[in-house]
Design a protein around this ligand. Sequence first.
Ligand SMILES: *[C@@H]1O[C@H](CO)[C@@H](O)[C@H](O)[C@H]1NC(C)=O
Ligand SMILES: *[C@@H]1O[C@H](CO)[C@@H](O)[C@H](O)[C@H]1NC(C)=O
Ligand SMILES: *[C@@H]1O[C@H](CO)[C@@H](O)[C@H](O)[C@H]1NC(C)=O
Ligand SMILES: *[C@@H]1O[C@H](CO)[C@@H](O)[C@H](O)[C@H]1NC(C)=O
Ligand SMILES: *[C@@H]1O[C@H](CO)[C@@H](O)[C@H](O)[C@H]1NC(C)=O
Length: 658
Amino acid sequence: PLRLDIKRKLTARSDRVKSADLHPTEPWMVASLYSGTVVVWNHETQVPTSAIHTLTSLNHSLLDLTFKTLDPLQVSLTARSVASLPASQVWQLGSRTPNFTLEGHEKGVNCIDYYGGGDKPYLISGADDRLVKIWDYQNKTCVQTLEGHAQNVTCVCFHPELPIILTGSEDGTVRVWHSNTYRLENTLNYGMERVWCICGQPGSNSVALGYDEGSIIIKLGREEPAMSMDSSGKVMWARHSEVQQANLKAMGEAEVRDGERLSLGVKDMGSCEIFPQTIQHSPNGRFVVVCGDGEYIIYTAMALRNKSFGSAQEFVWAHDSSQYATREGSSMIKVFKNFKEKKAFKPDFGAEGVFGGFLLGVRSNSGLAFYDWENADLIRRIEIQPKHIFWSDSGELVCIGTDESFFVLRYLPERVAAAQESKEEVTEDGIEGAFEVLGEVPGVVKTGVWVGDCFIYTSSLNRLNYYVGGEIITIAHLDRTMYLLGYIPKDDRLYLGDKELNIISYSLLLSVLEYQTAVMRRDFGTADKVLPTIPKEQRNRVANFLEKQGFRQQALAVSTDPEHRFELALQLGELELAHQLASEAESEHKWKQLAELATAKCQFSLAQECLHQAQDYGGLLLLATASGNAGMVGKLAEGAERSGKTNVAFLTCFLQGR
Ligand SMILES: *[C@@H]1O[C@H](CO)[C@@H](O)[C@H](O)[C@H]1NC(C)=O
Ligand SMILES: *[C@@H]1O[C@H](CO)[C@@H](O)[C@H](O)[C@H]1NC(C)=O
Ligand SMILES: *[C@@H]1O[C@H](CO)[C@@H](O)[C@H](O)[C@H]1NC(C)=O
Ligand SMILES: *[C@@H]1O[C@H](CO)[C@@H](O)[C@H](O)[C@H]1NC(C)=O
Ligand SMILES: *[C@@H]1O[C@H](CO)[C@@H](O)[C@H](O)[C@H]1NC(C)=O
């Protein structure tokens, strides 16, 4: 079975819907109603988004409509001719007579669709005889008849992405059939009376359904594409059931620009016996596991030869590639080592999800439990509902993403070992001190990867960010949903994939990440070694990071920006350097700032010079009188008079009794 999750995203009540289409990029659905109006719905906000247009001059019952891809705001309406024949006919464009006729239905055919994917040129038809027929139109034979609908079949659709056929009928149901086995997978009845149209969308899991009483959008299966990259830059993905691979290294010296689609040579690896919903490389890149249809198959990454297989809803690798775990149903976890089952257990609170990495994570309705891989001993239970868990390569840091925010934790294996040894501090919730919370960040992580102590991730707001030491740095704003594949240090680049299996990349310097990692570990020896490899133009970013982490001295050493350096010199009380920078900048404001600092530090001759440079006569007067310096008062009187500062000139003369 396919085990596709089916979620309802929009229910919109209206008059009878004759035809519907989903927008290629916006969250919009357009529906043409039998009554002659066209409504555009936003399925994110759940409200009609556009004014409702009434069409007057057309025969509405014959309207078919689609979003025009060229101008996304324009809806194109096309008259569709309805031939109530018990057969399907195929014409060559421009020809007056049909090339051929497919005969087989007993009553009028209402709808047909072509099968886009695969090597077989198939056609599907639905008719008033309540049957759906699949045709091989090269040899003009009916290869399958789908029986089940209890009334006239009104619409048929080969899903553009998933291996399914959707059929709608006047019996009020939409049926989901497997397009390879023709098995009935699901029957959907939303109680909106007769079904009139079904519309899938390339590159998306959303399907729009039109009924007598309105329209519905459903989402089928996973959002994320089945795609995985190993650490050497080989990317593998599944296009329907076909597995393909591209090698980033084979791009050679071709220039790569941030955010642009990479043109890659694609190699067919063969087809998979199950419909892959996920693909994951083992951490060492030697194997890939494909999961779907409630089963998994582990292949060699090189040749896609099957190495092991079994049933599982979910499959996760341990950090060391020699172990993995599967989840069967919502209670059973199995742990394997070297492809042999080592342990099977039922976690106390059930198993709704499983996570790989340094520890084995199991999610249940009551929270998350971490187990060690060796003996499946409970390490720690945490009250959290994780969506994703990402471990850093060293196993020291872990990011746990939830529906609202993400947490960064430090894992403390020494404490765990000590607690296990002494048997103290071990409660029914595991070892209290196993983790230390470093931070919580609002926002939803979609996909992520650690590089050193930097956590790079895509957010639900389509930002590409990274987190280091409590700080978020935005690398890019993405124009659509993208999924992180990984980071290749040699290229200084991050790679991301999208639903249509395009790959793009963004530059992110390894030296910067390494430097920041060293700083977070307070390892300034390493930081100093890395610093010369950071290009000049990146130094200021690093300096800002250092300052925010409280390392002003280091920030001052790294920064090349005179403004920032002056600020830092002031904060650090480095009067000499600040003086030098103020002289270089010839800025009155800087002299004033420095004068203030020099005064505070009782460096009166420096303060005097600064006030003089800043032409701050009021300040000079205060300094001269407060320090009882008659000579200075005398000089100030002359200077002030020359500069036309009569108030100060008057006061100084008055004080001197002149
Ligand atoms: C619309 O077209 C159908 C089929 O040709 C026809 O039966 C119907 O009378 C037309 N309706 C109007 C309002 O013109
Ligand atoms: C359909 O017939 C036309 C001639 O009428 C021919 O040129 C074309 O190749 C045919 N197409 C198919 C798909 O058989
Ligand atoms: C037509 O092709 C299908 C496969 O697409 C095959 O199952 C069927 O037997 C063929 N029919 C004839 C009459 O050749
Ligand atoms: C099914 O189609 C027939 C025409 O073939 C029509 O008479 C009948 O009313 C339709 N059934 C329903 C439930 O509308
Ligand atoms: C894996 O290979 C074995 C032996 O060739 C074969 O019997 C089995 O059907 C294959 N299974 C899968 C799931 O590919």
